[in-house]
Design a binder for this molecule. Structure first.
Ligand SMILES: [Zn+2]
Length: 339
């Protein structure tokens, strides 16, 4: 089945078929036990004559339940995933995952709430769980080859804040960035560093406390195989400390209106990262409105994921997310900071 909102809505009319589709996306043809990892044999526990069964409380459920032939434990396709323990229909999950995979600017929790008749809390929690599944694999390899890097500042405008909340002064060292404003306006903003690997088109974004050389070096060393990389940046001096470790460092001089430079047949530019930032900001302003510093990394994971997979179809992107839903449970407490 070609995955899109229309086909999911039509071909997945109820919960039983939503379970089947999710099983197919996650497991293919063979169920895998989340308790012991066995994929040898599992018994389907639902009655074969109907699609629903009585639960312990006596209500009817369409949840498809399996029993592992090896460890004898029961499981469903939701066990141990971002969907674990959800009260939201699986069919709704499938539709929302697809929308978040397909929409360039993302989908706001408010929109999900309205469209699917959920509470604000459920809709918000749902979008954040899906973002968890969009995070890159913890053991993803380092970027290498030609990698462009740039930083941006994200946050609300000072004028819109209540007088008491305005940031008047900062103790942070203010970086002198040619071509950028250097006064206090951005002191309270969040700094984001993004790196794009030219070969694969993969992007990785991280929140950084400042843009000093030491901070950038640490952040870049965590994502980039430096000795195998030619880094392309603007003329921000902080990047210069990385030079001894890099295979090369090429810069464009923004203060002199230089955005692309050609040198020995090579293209030197940070345009890709800047294009990424403008898309990100359009979405944060237009779709999501208020993103707190605390939750920004999850939005970055969502944007990084969509950008890094921009060459594949929406359906393939959804399959990719479904392959990453396990082991990423997110409970309400860390998500809300305990409140
Ligand atoms: Zn098992």
């Amino acid at each position: 089945m070609k995955l899109n909102v229309a086909t999911i809505a039509q071909q997945v009319p109820d919960e039983a078929s939503a379970y089947k589709l999710l099983e197919e996306l996650r497991w293919g043809t063979t169920p895998v036990c989340p308790h012991c990892g066995s994929d040898r044999r599992a018994y389907f526990l639902n009655p074969s004559n109907g699609s629903d069964r009585a639960t312990r409380t006596g209500s009817r459920s369409q949840r498809r339940v399996w029993r592992c032939a090896d460890c004898r434990k029961q499981f469903s396709v939701l066990t141990g995933t971002i969907f674990h323990g959800t009260k939201i229909p699986v069919r709704t999950w499938l539709l929302v995952v697809f929308e978040m995979c397909a929409s360039k600017n993302g989908v706001s929790a408010r929109e999900i709430e309205r469209k699917y008749g959920l509470t604000a809390k459920s809709a918000w929690f749902m979008t954040h769980r899906i973002r968890e599944a969009m995070k890159r694999e913890p053991l993803a390899g380092l970027l290498r080859g030609t990698v462009s890097a740039d930083e941006t500042y994200i946050g609300g405008s000072e004028q819109n804040r209540h007088k008491d909340k305005r940031v008047i002064q900062t103790n942070e060292p203010v970086q002198i960035v040619p071509g950028h404003r250097t006064d206090g306006w951005r002191a309270d903003k969040v700094k984001v560093l993004s790196l794009i690997e030219e070969g694969s088109g993969e992007v990785r974004s991280v929140v950084v406390p400042d843009v000093t050389g030491a901070t950038l070096r640490k952040a870049i060393a965590e994502q980039v195989d430096m000795s195998q990389t030619v880094l392309q940046t603007d003329e921000l001096k902080s990047y210069y400390v990385l030079r001894p470790e890099l295979a090369g460092h090429e810069t464009v001089n923004h203060s002199e209106d230089e955005y692309v430079r050609y040198e020995d047949g090579r293209v030197i530019t940070t345009n890709r990262v800047e294009g990424y930032f403008s898309q990100l900001k359009r979405s944060l302003d237009g779709t999501h409105h208020h993103v707190s510093v605390e939750h920004l990394p999850r939005y970055l994971a969502e944007f990084d994921f969509r950008y890094s997979t921009r060459k594949i179809s929406d359906g393939q992107r959804m399959e990719r997310v479904m392959g990453q839903v396990a082991g990423r449970r997110l409970t309400y407490r860390p998500l809300t900071g305990g409140c």
